[in-house]
Design a protein around this ligand. Structure first.
Ligand SMILES: CC(C)(COP(=O)(O)OP(=O)(O)OC[C@H]1O[C@@H](n2cnc3c(N)ncnc32)[C@H](O)[C@@H]1OP(=O)(O)O)[C@@H](O)C(=O)NCCC(=O)NCCS
Length: 407
């Protein structure tokens, strides 16, 4: 439809959960809207992913035809170590002849409502069009992205204590345990079951030989998953056991040798204080930026679902930092909640309780995710004492690095 043509009043537009019979039409729609991605990927995302549920496949039907689609990926994400129900958003698509009528926006609001009904705390996505999602309350979560010269990185392996070899299917249970132990206590990491890892390997079509393990005396102490991208050979994930940061260099070297073979740079998302970031930063060729092509975006779906499970954590923080009581109101685009901090406990009010401090959607996400607190909009209203108390409650902590393939 031409941009300036008057929009038809879409009286017959219906939003609903998909039915099994809708799947072929959904695949056709996605194929049309994402010509660069193979259809099999989307088929596998529904038919191989054991977390797929029809109620998470939201469709827009106009005159009996499916013209829009949004998929919710049911996951669990840790926030300050606490696993919370999370909803990934993907495959957002509107048929070309039905675009610019608000269909994707309506479907996204419908998906947000569905997530809220199911008690989802937080939603995340990865996108090349952040402006579209910002209007729906999502915020970019900045993460450092590194690019390094593969030849330089490949030289890191010298004199390592660790033996590096390609990962095999038989390693999976040990890798799932290692991942779980390494991500305990973090913010932003997804909780994974063995089944989910296996599903993901299948539907992501991960190349054999792209994953490596590092062993010491026959015990796996670290691993890396890597993948060929259009912009370089990427380390999608690298985890190591406590005390084995030394295993990171030979794993990076193994990934770099694949990058070298394809004449590509080595690329990785990594939090600033991770061993991977620290090590890449020692290479003269390394460049880092937070301006990434498909940034991660997040949105709080339910403050109640987010804050209630975090109360024990917050109470511990409050106990560690005694001081005068205070109340902070956190608000997102469509709801607010007040946390009342007393010297030894923290209470949550979802009614309009009075508060000493208002944190807007940005500052709320900053606080909960542990990024720099408070955001610019909240800063002028903070007295030094409130700021100290708030920082004590929500200390800055790096986000555990995330990309679509890790979820
Ligand atoms: C993105 C997409 C789902 C939007 O569907 P839609 O039903 O037209 O969306 P809405 O009418 O609710 O909103 C349209 C607004 O989204 C924004 N938008 C849509 N596509 C965009 C793009 N490629 N880049 C930047 N902004 C975009 C614009 O602000 C647009 O406003 P306009 O209609 O005034 O131009 C649709 O264009 C599509 O299927 N694209 C191909 C697949 C895709 O890129 N999906 C998103 C992956 S994260």
């Amino acid at each position: 439809m031409p941009r300036d043509a008057p929009a038809r009043p879409d009286v017959s537009l219906k939003l609903r959960a998909a039915l099994t019979d809708d799947l072929p039409a959904i695949y056709d729609l996605i194929e049309q809207c994402f010509p660069e991605a193979p259809r099999e990927l989307f088929v596998a995302q529904t038919e191989v992913d054991s977390t797929f549920r029809l109620r998470h496949a939201r469709v827009a039907v106009l005159d009996g035809r499916i013209v829009g689609y949004v998929r919710i990926f049911a996951r669990r994400m840790r926030v300050r170590g606490v696993p919370l129900p999370a909803g990934g958003i993907g495959s957002v698509a509107t048929a070309p002849d039905a675009q610019h009528r608000g269909i994707a926006s309506m479907l996204m609001r419908d998906a947000i409502e569905q997530m809220r009904r199911e008690g989802v705390a937080v939603s995340f996505l990865f996108t090349g069009i952040p402006g579209f999602y910002e209007r729906l309350g999502y915020r970019i979560v900045r993460e450092p992205f590194f690019t390094a010269d593969a030849a330089e990185a490949a030289a890191l392996a010298a004199q390592s204590l660790y033996d590096v070899r390609p990962a095999t299917d038989a390693d999976l249970p040990r890798l799932v345990r290692l991942y779980r132990d390494a991500t305990a206590g973090t913010t932003g990491s997804a909780c994974r079951t063995r089944r989910q890892c296996r599903d993901a390997q299948q539907w992501l079509g991960e190349e054999p030989g792209g994953a490596f393990v590092a062993e010491l005396h026959g015990r796996i102490v670290a691993y890396a998953r890597t993948r060929c991208r259009t912009y370089g050979h990427e380390i999608m994930e690298l985890e190591h056991r406590a005390g084995h940061a030394g295993a990171v260099s030979p794993l990076v070297a193994a990934a770099s040798s694949l990058a070298l073979a394809h004449g590509e740079p080595l690329v990785a998302l990594a939090p600033d204080d991770s061993q991977l970031a620290v090590m890449l930063a020692t290479l003269p060729s390394t460049r880092s930026t937070t301006d990434v092509r498909y940034p991660m975006m997040m949105r709080v779906i339910s403050l109640e679902a987010m804050l209630r499970p975090l109360l024990p954590y917050l109470s511990t923080r409050a106990a560690g930092h005694p001081g005068p009581p205070f109340r902070a109101r956190l608000h997102t685009i469509d709801e607010s909640a007040v946390i009342a901090v007393r010297p030894r406990s923290v209470a949550l009010h979802t009614n309009n309780a009075a508060a000493d401090l208002d944190l807007d959607a940005n500052a709320t996400l900053d606080a909960l995710l542990g990024q720099r607190l408070p955001s610019r909009s909240a800063r002028p209203r903070l007295s030094p004492e409130l700021r100290r108390r708030l920082d004590a409650l929500f200390p800055p902590t790096p986000l555990h690095f995330c990309n679509s393939d890790r979820i």
